[in-house]
Every structure is written in structure tokens, then in C-alpha cells.
Ligand binder design. Sequence first.
Ligand code: ITT
Ligand code: NA
Length: 183
Amino acid sequence: MKIYFATGNQNKVDEAEIILKEANCEIEQIEIPYAEVQGRLEEVSAFGVLEVFEKFNRPVIVEDSGFFIEKLNDFPGTYSRFVQETIGNEGILKLLENETNRNAYFKTVIGYYDGDNIKLFTGIVKGTISTEIKDGGFGFAYDSIFIPEGKTKTFAEMTTEEKSEISHRKRAFYELKNYLENL
Ligand code: ITT
Ligand code: NA
């Protein structure tokens, strides 16, 4: 089975390929832009996938993810890209300086549309924010400050395979895979 994935983010495509490798699913990246409505991840993905389908006319997915910090009332959330590109991980660590509540989570919402039904698939991974940037050369964006629950390394210190065993993205893509297998 082939899944068309509308995204401009190569990291996401690499992860999706690893996640779906054993599922007999092939991922093909397409670069069809869509408006990112201001709203929750669910809304961004649902509107986005409708817009891409209009232009592409084949079953397609979009995926919207975010990083949510408990102490900061879920900031940066849907502003994750902008915040990463502006204050970055150093800015986040500053905001949490001397803070003991370092809980955070990643969330992914995949939107799938085949012209019939819109489906949303969600994945979350909880964890904590490290006190310093720990980058093992893997991952991207917030990965170097996020330690998933039950682990001691940040996502950026794990290989993409290790990250993809437990990530938010893995969980959402598995929901999608299960749905597609049972169609
Ligand atoms: P597309 O919309 O083109 O798919 P994007 O980079 O804008 O790509 P998102 O809106 O889904 O992606 O994600 C917002 C930001 O959240 C993203 O730019 C990263 O900074 C961050 N992010 C998403 N997934 C991540 C992950 O697995 N690890 C670390 N940071 C992540
Ligand atoms: Na986006």
C-alpha cells in the first residue's frame, strides 16, 4: 500500500518510513502546501487534509505535531515551529530555569482523507525536559531537550529507530496503519 504524505518536513518522512517499514506501507512525500488554520492540532490536520485532497484527488495524509509544556500552560503547542525557530531550545530552558515541574509531551495528529471520510489518528508521548541540551546527533527540533518517560536519554541521543519505537509519531502512524489494514 502507498501512502501520500503532504509535508515539507523531511524528518517526518524519514521517521514515517522507519515506522511503517514492516507494515507493507510505502510512504511518498508530496509537497502540496495547505493553510495552517489557527487552532488545535486536530483542526489543522482536518482542514489541511481536505485542502490537499482538493488539489491532489488521491487518498492523502497530513500530520500536525506539537510540543506541550505543562508549566507553561501547554506552550508552545501549535506555535512549536515558530518558537523553535525563534527562541529555540535555549529559550525554552531559560523559561524553565530552576523549575522543578519539567513535564512535557509531544502530540501528533494525522489527518487522512480518501474523498469519503476524514479520519484523525493521534499519538502522544509523555516525558520531561532536560536541564541542558543533549544532542547525540539524531532527531530534530525539541528532541535534544526531551527525555521520554522511563528513559534516561533525550530523543536526540537515540537513533531514529529507537525514537520511532516509542514516539508520538509512531503511535499515530500505527493507528493509521491499523485503520488502513481493516478497510
Ligand atoms: P509540515 O507542517 O510541513 O508537515 P512542520 O515542520 O511545520 O512540517 P509541524 O507543524 O507538525 O511540522 O510541527 C511543528 C514543529 O514541532 C516542528 O517544526 C518542530 O519544531 C516540532 N516537532 C514536530 N515533531 C517533532 C519531533 O518528533 N521532534 C522534535 N520536534 C518536533
Ligand atoms: Na506545520
